[in-house]
Design a protein around this ligand. Structure first.
Ligand SMILES: O=C([O-])CC(=O)C(=O)O
Length: 160
């Protein structure tokens, strides 16, 4: 995807909300990505993340509210590889990832707050496709998100 979020903000000022107040890091092999969102809300349990990234994801971004926890990683190289195989454009996690050197080699966007070597628990907890909020924005499933090294924006319609 060829875009810069700054230009999208300039061109669609009325239509975008901007995620603010958080320090994001980009770990995936794609730094700019966007698409229609599925959401997951979970806390230190990546059951729903793994399940959803195992479904077809062409044109889609998985947006995960992990409660901001950096205590364990909600995605690593194996789940991310599966997401690539299923065509996902990217994953944005308000939480942490791991296997960062491997993530950098994958053709997918991965933006999180940080990384930690410990894996997530998997007790089958978490919710799929409910509204989630962080960084001053509420994300509704079905909205469009665009992310790059400048930040993350969300809109009710496709901007590209
Ligand atoms: O399996 C997990 O929970 C996360 C992980 O390390 C991977 O995706 O490789």
């Amino acid at each position: 995807m060829d875009f810069v979020t700054c230009d999208l903000c300039d061109d669609h000022a009325e239509d975008v909300s901007v995620v603010t107040g958080l320090s994001w890091r980009s770990f995936g092999g794609r730094s700019a990505f966007g698409g229609q969102i599925d959401t997951v809300k979970c806390f230190e349990d990546n059951s729903r993340v793994k399940e959803q990234l195992a479904t077809p994801g062409k044109g889609k971004v998985l947006l995960v509210d992990g409660g901001g926890s950096l205590r364990n990683a909600l995605i690593g190289d194996m789940i991310a590889e599966n997401a690539v195989e299923n065509g996902w454009e990217g994953v944005i996690i308000y939480g942490a990832c791991r296997d960062v050197d491997a993530l950098a080699q994958l053709d997918i966007g991965v933006i999180t707050l940080g990384c930690v070597p410990i894996k997530s628990v998997r007790r089958g907890e978490g919710q799929l496709n409910i509204p989630v909020s962080f960084g001053g924005v509420t994300f509704q499933p079905g909205q469009w998100v665009y992310a790059d090294n400048n930040g993350i924006i969300v809109a009710d319609k496709a901007l590209l």
